[in-house]
Ligand binder design. Structure first.
Ligand code: SF4
Ligand code: SF4
Length: 90
């Protein structure tokens, strides 16, 4: 089991934790999402948004690339991809 789960944690003011990413970033496939919200709840930065199936997104300004969202997704609908990959290719 993962934990603790954070719901709407405050983002550090002016501290865009997206700069912490070095190798990988999450890429949502938007194919098999069941809108369980597990990725949103586990994200330590509170930077996952979404309500509908296949419509969850990440604010990369705050995503630090920890991979917890991809790890917990029950439908394997999130991949960790190389940071240097262009957004449109992911
Ligand atoms: S990799 Fe996923 S869980 Fe980690 S900070 Fe980014 S969006 Fe949140
Ligand atoms: S954990 Fe996976 S299935 Fe659940 S809302 Fe996130 S992307 Fe969708």
């Amino acid at each position: 089991m993962y934990g603790p789960l954070n719901v709407n944690p405050l983002k550090s003011k002016g501290g865009k934790t997206g700069s912490w990413r070095t190798l990988l970033r999450p890429h949502y496939l938007h194919k098999n999402c069941i809108a369980c919200r597990m990725c949103l709840m586990i994200c330590p930065e509170g930077c996952v948004q979404g309500k509908e199936k296949n419509a969850f997104t990440v604010d990369y300004n705050f995503c630090k690339g920890c991979g917890l969202c991809a790890d917990i997704c029950p439908k394997q609908d999130i991949e960790m991809v190389p940071e240097e990959a262009k957004e449109e290719e992911k």
